[in-house]
Design a protein around this ligand. Structure first.
Ligand code: MN3
Length: 193
């Protein structure tokens, strides 16, 4: 989708800078960080599973690259529908989709400084909402609660400051208008197979 496709919820200038500068910077620097190392042969999941033994550059740029790729995929100007399977799981865990959103909003607004909030599925199959600092993510062996990401929100100031300035909660509220529940549901379905 185009940079302006998520207007008015996420503005074109933010999207362009976020994708063409921030995301690309993480990607380019990640490629440099793993160049000539045995990490070149590993999947992102494998790298994150032992990221505690990697350099800070691999952790920060690899996380930045992966997290943004997932973030773009989770957003759409034409958001799909939540599957009945995922809705049932969210209802069972959080009470309702609205109650889930409220808890996710709380986790997102509570991130101190730069970071991300996530909906994940843990190894034992439970849905959880977690937050990570900087460019860490729930696949990394350095975070408190690990799991496979279904949905993520970037709450770094670069994700919203041009349009929302300090009003992070307003950005998070607008985010729900462009969340592609179809994509999130597909991630969930893949884990169940
Ligand atoms: Mn970002």
């Amino acid at each position: 989708y185009a940079y302006n496709a998520l207007e008015p919820h996420i503005d074109a200038q933010t999207m362009e800078i976020h994708y063409s500068k921030h995301h690309k910077g993480y990607y380019d620097n990640f490629m440099k960080a793993i160049s000539g190392t045995d990490l070149e042969k590993k999947s992102m999941e494998e790298i994150f599973a032992s990221v505690s033994t990697a350099t800070p550059a691999v952790r920060n740029t690899g996380g930045g690259y992966y997290n943004h790729t997932l973030f773009w995929a989770n957003l759409s100007p034409k958001p799909g529908q939540i599957s009945s399977e995922l809705k049932t799981a969210i209802d069972a865990r959080f009470g309702s989709v609205d109650a889930f959103k409220e808890a996710f909003n709380k986790a997102s607004t509570s991130v101190f400084g730069s970071g991300w909030a996530w909906l994940i599925v843990t190894a034992d199959g439970k849905l959880e909402i977690v937050a990570t600092a900087n460019q860490d993510n729930p696949l990394m062996d350095v975070v408190a609660v690990r799991g496979t990401p279904l949905l993520a929100i970037d709450v770094w100031e670069h994700a919203y400051y041009l349009k929302y300035q300090n009003r992070r909660a307003e950005y998070i509220g607008a985010f729900w208008n462009v969340v592609d529940w179809g994509e999130v549901s597909e991630r969930f379905a893949k884990l169940k197979k």
